[in-house]
Design a protein around this ligand. Sequence first.
Ligand SMILES: Cc1ncc(COP(=O)(O)O)c(C=O)c1O
Length: 398
Amino acid sequence: MPVIYMDHSATTPVSERALAAMLPYFREEFGNPSAVYGYGQTAKNTLEKCRERMAKALGAFRSEIYFTSGGTESDNLVIRSIAAMKRDKGRHMITTMIEHNAVRRTFEALEKEGYSVTYLQPDPMGRITPEQLAQAIREDTILISIMMANNVVGTVLPIKELAMTARKRHVLFHTDAVQAVGHIPVNVHELGVDFLSLSAHKFHGPKGVGAVYCRIPNRLLPMQTGGGQEKEVRSGTENIPGIVGMTEALEEAVENLEGSSVYLTGLRDHITRELCAVPGVHRTGDPVNRLPGFCSFIVENIHHSVFLVNALNERGICVSSGSACSASSREASHVLLALGYDQEMSGEALRITLDTENTREEAEYLISSVKECIALVRAREKKKEGTLEGSVRKAAGR
Ligand SMILES: Cc1ncc(COP(=O)(O)O)c(C=O)c1O
């Protein structure tokens, strides 16, 4: 049975172009950039060229790009650096209730260390307004961190306006753009953000590599001690094949952005229309300001989306119930709860995230399979209602 992969927000396969670019750096050009001989200097040149190319693709300067191990590290690096650096100026920070755990859990950890955090409440579509942000800023606010695109409902937030609000009040602004980079236009100088996190595996680069954009020099503190690479910010021998793959993948994504966006928006809207015609299926997130290939729904009366995701898996379709990090957990999504869905509905999310590799035929197969599987899961769940399991669930309020 051929597998149809439609969970590109969780991760993407490395593109052929990125893979071809990476391969020489595993054996022929394997040098350590810190070494003085030829192999080392070649690696150093490659590293700096990648920094330059990454900067160009993001509308940044070369000196503003730092390489990391991915989105989680980039988010931690920014938030923890500013918290430590500015603690004498203030201990208040602002974020939203719909951030990825890489941001959310970092703020929760800092709260335990005595910082105070305001979690902005989104509207039911996942939107946050500049006015809302302005109201939350205090004299002692030292950092604002708001994601560019949400990983559960696909809503794209108005980062330019939010960053402008922060700048007017002289507060540093970070955006977690892990779901956005490579999928929608991202130009850091036009956006006016101070920091931005990205991760290669979300745009057909390899896993375990990412970057931070940092507008102001000396604003990042080392989270680990060691050889002082990345201008003392991030010690550890640089992952040259990974960085080369990420750079190539980003350039490829940016080159193809316009065409892919048109194609994916068409496919997304077709799937959304078809599935929302099924009774009890509702789209989640902003209908207009959303990622091009991002379809997200609540499917009522399936008890938990894990049953639907498993049924689709049996038909060779890979989709998810929410974010990748919560895919195996039965916990309701904190994002959907924040959007106002109740506990039960928040456990009934279905996320289908497309890529240009997904064909029209695959979309048709997906639509018919989702419809059939919803009917199947609902019938199974209804049957369980009269059983012991059903009574236990009812008593437990599940
Ligand atoms: C919005 C967002 N931020 C951060 C991350 C973490 O990135 P990484 O997997 O590179 O650590 C993810 C991954 O799913 C994400 O979706």
